[in-house]
Write a new protein. Structure first.
Length: 318
């Protein structure tokens, strides 16, 4: 019963995190006057500022709990999961198109689940094959739909964009796996505190983006554009970065890594939903099939883990 409660709570946190993270895909459409680098710098600066304010009361106590290894982990996790990932993804979208980038990034659940299947006590990979096949089929439908509508670019730009998308996939897969494993080791630091610490480090790293972001695009903007830009960046920092990451870290302590990988698909589903609402249209037939396949993949994976009754390490349900 305790295992079922852990799984249900973990899945709920994963769905909520996906809903908040899906906003990341809509936000750039609302600030098209600015470059992705400018938006990344603003978003992560705001994330760092809010995280520093929230963690201030616990700062001294947490610093005493963390050693060189923990700070090193925060540094590389912040780089991989936020800065490098976003820059590579934005570059992939610009040079290869949204379709190609989304198709490559759609393999995140498969990549994380395949790596997690090697963990001790994980569900055997053979039992995950139906879920992985459903997920792959859904991703193929989404990718085919996107590719059929995408505008083509030059061959060279397309090749570079593809390499950037693969790099972004590798970056976030490494982050998801590494973050989950570090959370298992940090019994003295809560998932929310770890998320805030990641935000502080990410904000410090974002300072390095400010000068190049302003130099690359020095076009003037109206006051109303700057206001909208600031509000959206701050909103994304609060809802996607702070709340979304806190929910994701909570989920990572409640679920095994193989199931954590499947939870990433909710970001894709919510991003699709927000996109349909923004474009004021219903899904096409191919998009509808893809959504059904992806949901079926997650339900299949949940069913397998329910029968396996995992007991992941980490915090209790207290």
């Amino acid at each position: 019963m305790i295992g079922s409660s852990r799984t249900a709570l973990g899945i709920g946190c994963g769905v909520a995190a996906g809903g908040l993270w899906g906003l990341v895909f809509l936000a750039p459409e609302l600030v098209r006057e600015f470059t992705p680098l400018q938006f990344a710098a603003a978003r992560y600066l705001a994330y760092g500022l809010f995280a520093a304010i929230l963690i201030a009361p616990r700062w001294r106590a947490l610093v005493g709990m963390l050693g060189r290894a923990e700070w090193g982990a925060l540094l590389w996790l912040s780089l991989l999961g936020n800065i490098i990932y976003y820059v590579l993804l934005a570059s992939a979208v610009q040079m290869g198109g949204v379709a190609m980038a989304s198709l490559v990034m759609g393999f995140l659940p498969v990549a994380v689940t395949l790596i997690g299947s090697r963990d001790t006590g994980a569900v055997p990979l053979a039992r995950l094959v139906p879920s992985l096949l459903l997920c792959a089929a859904g991703i193929a439908c989404i990718g085919w739909q996107s590719l059929s509508e995408a505008a083509t670019g030059t061959q060279a730009n397309g090749a570079i964009g593809l390499l950037c998308a693969i790099g972004a996939l590798a970056s976030w897969t490494t982050y998801a796996v590494g973050n989950s494993r570090w959370l298992d080791r940090l019994g003295q630091v809560s998932a929310h505190e770890w998320s805030l610490l990641t935000g502080v480090v990410t904000g410090a790293l974002a300072l390095l983006l400010v000068i190049p972001a302003l130099m690359i695009d020095a076009r003037p903007h109206e006051a109303s554009e700057w206001l909208r830009f600031g509000v959206i960046a701050a909103g994304l920092a609060i809802f996607a970065s702070i709340l979304g990451n806190a929910l994701w870290n909570r989920m990572s302590r409640l679920l095994p890594l193989t199931l954590v990988g499947q939870m990433i698909v909710f970001e894709t589903l919510f991003a699709l939903l927000y996109g349909f609402l923004w474009e004021e249209r219903l899904p096409t037939a191919l998009e509808g099939v893809a959504i059904i396949l992806v949901v079926a993949s997650v339900l299949s994976c949940v069913s397998v883990h329910g029968r396996h009754d995992p007991t992941p390490s980490g915090e209790s349900l207290a």
